[in-house]
Structures are given as structure tokens and as C-alpha cells.
Design a protein around this ligand. Structure first.
Ligand SMILES: Cc1cc2nc3c(=O)[nH]c(=O)nc-3n(C[C@H](O)[C@H](O)[C@H](O)COP(=O)(O)OP(=O)(O)OC[C@H]3O[C@@H](n4cnc5c(N)ncnc54)[C@H](O)[C@@H]3O)c2cc1C
Length: 397
């Protein structure tokens, strides 16, 4: 199927390309291209965030009334594709992609008025406090205790795997306010300041050497009750609503671009009879991945279409999350297969003084990306848990 853009959409695409030519600097592109992880570091993503905010293009998915662009489905598709192909920095999703839509759906007017403009401007940088040791897939078993004291809740406990908590000045989190009912009932949704006394952020380092996630400790942390979203003990509904947005995000354009990089990489690798990209076995694997990618593209279109009609992403977003994680990991496996042992040598800097670096240029990056992307079938809900959701809520099994 070939998608033809209308003349209006073609001129929108030209406008996007012209903007990217002008606003996207070489160092931002270099930062994105050398990012081995799922999320780009704070410095580069916030610089791009502010550039987009000045242009009014920072929140393509939000309604216009709240500072979004008001773009239609095709415009958003064009935007994602063009920014990905241009290697523009990927923006952190915790504020724009999760907290913002959640507040638009469930926040009080005062919370919307205060927080939404700060998410748009980049003044607030959010992290997500859901998981705890012993409460990941089984999130409802979370224990971070919130006891009422005067106008505040007092928090004691811990959150883990908290992405970018070391950069964030805000956290949206789930706390336990009631223990006597079924687990889902006693959960409350809170917004808090990361500089509140009693909060400690400890880094967790990945196998690839990068620092993206943390463990956060709470020791008598006071959070005003006015920072609650929704009713007390009813936070599970808000939490599930937000997760649909976390899982409904795109990704196909990024995979398309990454697969293209694999093709270029493999075309540099000699096999004795030609290049790896000409090797029939390798080519079949690349082509199979390309077919899966096309299938995932259509799931993405379905989700975007639901969003454009005012619906939420729905449980179908779990399909997208699973396929996206599988395809992303598959692409890093192909890249690693292409660079072979050069990946480990370059990544570990084992090239020796005054020695040329062996292997294709991107070898070290392929190695780091392979390790970092292992996390994508766990973060945001594991593949197995997504399959359970699809079985129950989509297939009705
Ligand atoms: C890179 C990264 C970033 C993250 N960022 C954040 C963040 O910012 N904020 C946050 O709150 N959390 C974050 N997480 C945590 C993430 O949401 C959890 O790791 C995830 O939900 C899985 O929970 P768990 O690690 O406790 O594993 P477990 O739930 O213990 O799962 C262990 C294994 O058991 C399987 N399993 C569990 N239950 C079932 C079941 N019912 N049926 C079949 N199989 C099952 C799982 O699929 C998995 O293979 C992040 C995780 C990673 C890896």
C-alpha cells in the first residue's frame, strides 16, 4: 500500500523539512546518533524541547486548547517520520507523553493550569514512580506508604527503575493509602517535587555502562494532599489510563531508520564473496524484519486513528508495545551480527594506542545499543504481561 499525501500535507512536510534544516544543529544530531539508550540525556533533549516549544510544536499529541499543535493524524505521522529521519533528539516521554495527557484526562483545573504550561516549556522535567522492588508486573502490590498527617501525606518506602530521576524536578507516583481492601483499591496517585526533604536518588548502572535509571528512597517525605490526582484510593484508574499512553507511542519511523543503518553497516562488511548485505541468509533476516516493521506500522496507524477521533489508545497499544520491542531488539541483533567481535573491541576501547580502530565505524555503538535495547521488552510492562492484556482485553480469552 502506498500512502499519498494531499497537496496540503505535502506542503506541511516541506514546512517541517525547512524548519528542521534551520533549527536542528549538528551537535543535536550527533548527540541523537551517538545515544546508545532508550532515552537521550537531559541536556540534549531539553535543548531540542525548548526549540520546539518556541516554535509551538512541542506537543503534537495534545489538544490545541492545552497548547498542543492541533495537527491531524497525517501531520503527526509526517512530523514523527521527518524528525526521526533527520535524527532530531527524541524528547523524554514522561512529561509530554504521560503526565500531560493524564492531567488533561484526570487533573483538576488548578493542576492543569499549573503543570501543563510547565511541561510544555520544559520548566518541569518528570519521572515516573510506579515500580518498586517486588512490584513491577504485579504493580498493584506496591507498598510505598502514604499516611495522612494534617494537610499532607507522609511517604516512606522506595521506587525503583525510575528513569531520569537524577534529572527530574517532579515525579508522578503511586502510593499505598489503604491496605485492608483488594490491592488495586488502596492506591493513590500523587504529584511531588523531587527536592522535597527526605528524597534520595541512587543510580543504577546498565551493563552497557550508561546511567538512565535509579532507585529513589522516601524517608518521611511530606506531599500536600492537593497534589493528589483523582480520589484517594482510586489511583489505579488514573495509573492504567496513563499506561495506555506510555504503551501507545510510535517507534516505527525510528525502527525504519535503524534498519536502514543496518543495511549500510552490512554493506561495509566483506565476506570473501562480496558484502554481508549480499549474503542471502543475512538478507533474508533483514527482509523478514522489514516485513514485521510494515505490520507494526499499520497497528500504529490504527492507534493514531483512534487518537485522532478523540479515543484513547486502548489495550491495542499493548500489541504495538510488544511488536515494537521485538523489532527494536531484532534490529540490534542484526547490527551486532554485522559488526561481530569488532563491537566489543570498540566498545571497550581495546584498540590500542596509535592503532586503527578495526571494523566498521558504528561497531562500538552497535554493541552498546544491543545491550541497552534488551530492556525494551521489560520497561513499560514486560512482553509477557502485554500478551496477557491482549489475550484478555483484545481477544476476550
Ligand atoms: C530501562 C528500564 C526503565 C524503566 N523505567 C521505569 C520508570 O521510569 N518508572 C517505573 O516506575 N518503572 C520503570 N521501569 C520498571 C518496569 O516497568 C518494570 O521493570 C517492569 O514492569 C517489570 O517489572 P519487574 O522488573 O519487577 O519484573 P517482574 O514483574 O518481576 O517480572 C519478572 C519476569 O516474570 C514475568 N512475569 C511476571 N508476571 C507475569 C505474568 N502474570 N504472566 C507471565 N509472565 C509474568 C515477566 O514478564 C518477567 O519476564 C523500567 C524498567 C527498565 C528495564
Amino acid at each position: 500500500m502506498k500512502i499519498e499525501f494531499s497537496p496540503e500535507h505535502q506542503s506541511f512536510r516541506d514546512e517541517v523539512r525547512a524548519f528542521l534544516d534551520e533549527a536542528l544543529t549538528d551537535d543535536l544530531v550527533a548527540a541523537q546518533r551517538s545515544c546508545p539508550g532508550i532515552f537521550l540525556d537531559y541536556e540534549h533533549n531539553i535543548r531540542w524541547h525548548r526549540i520546539l516549544h518556541r516554535k509551538g510544536w512541542v506537543a503534537p499529541g495534545w489538544p490545541k486548547a492545552y497548547g498542543g499543535t492541533g495537527w491531524d493524524l497525517i501531520q503527526r505521522y509526517i512530523w514523527t517520520t521527518e524528525t526521526t529521519l533527520a535524527s532530531a533528539p527524541s524528547l523524554a516521554p514522561m512529561g509530554l507523553g504521560m503526565c500531560g495527557p493524564m492531567l488533561i484526562g484526570h487533573g483538576t483545573q488548578a493542576q492543569k493550569d499549573y503543570y501543563l504550561p510547565r511541561i510544555l516549556s520544559g520548566e518541569d522535567y518528570w519521572c515516573q514512580g510506579y515500580s518498586e522492588p517486588g512490584a513491577g508486573s504485579d504493580l498493584a502490590s506496591l507498598k510505598l506508604a502514604a499516611r495522612k498527617d494534617g494537610e499532607d501525606y507522609v511517604l516512606n518506602g522506595t521506587k525503583i527503575w525510575t528513569t531520569h530521576a537524577h534529572y527530574a524536578n517532579r515525579m508522578f507516583c503511586l502510593v499505598r493509602t489503604e491496605t485492608s481492601n483488594k490491592p488495586q483499591h488502596g492506591i493513590t496517585f500523587l504529584l511531588l517535587d523531587m527536592d522535597t526533604p527526605g528524597i534520595t536518588v541512587e543510580p543504577i548502572r546498565f551493563a552497557s555502562g550508561t546511567h538512565e535509571v535509579n532507585q529513589v528512597f522516601f524517608d518521611d517525605v511530606r506531599v500536600p494532599q492537593s497534589n493528589r490526582v483523582g480520589e484517594e484510593n482510586q489511583g489505579w484508574t488514573v495509573a492504567k489510563y496513563l499506561l495506555e499512553f506510555e504503551r501507545g507511542g510510535g517507534g516505527t519511523a525510528a525502527h525504519r531508520s535503524a534498519l536502514e543503518r543496518v543495511r549500510r553497516l552490512a554493506a561495509q562488511v566483506p565476506t570473501g564473496t562480496g558484502t554481508l548485505m549480499e549474503d542471502p541468509d543475512f538478507k533474508v533476516k533483514v527482509d523478514e524484519t522489514a516485513v514485521q516493521l510494515e505490520a507494526n506500522q499499520f497497528t500504529e496507524f490504527r492507534i493514531m486513528s483512534a487518537l485522532s477521533q478523540g479515543q484513547n489508545p486502548g489495550p491495542e497499544s499493548s500489541i504495538m508495545k510488544n511488536l515494537g520491542a521485538d523489532i527494536g531488539q531484532r534490529i540490534t541483533e542484526l547490527a551486532l551480527e554485522a559488526v561481530g567481535y569488532h563491537g566489543a573491541l570498540q566498545h571497550e576501547g581495546m584498540t590500542g594506542d596509535n592503532q586503527p580502530v578495526p571494523g566498521p565505524d558504528a561497531s562500538g555503538m552497535a554493541f552498546a545499543r544491543y545491550f541497552n535495547l534488551r530492556a525494551s521488552s521489560i520497561a513499560g510492562g514486560t512482553n509477557e504481561v502485554q500478551k496477557n492484556i491482549v489475550a484478555k482485553l483484545v481477544l476476550g480469552l
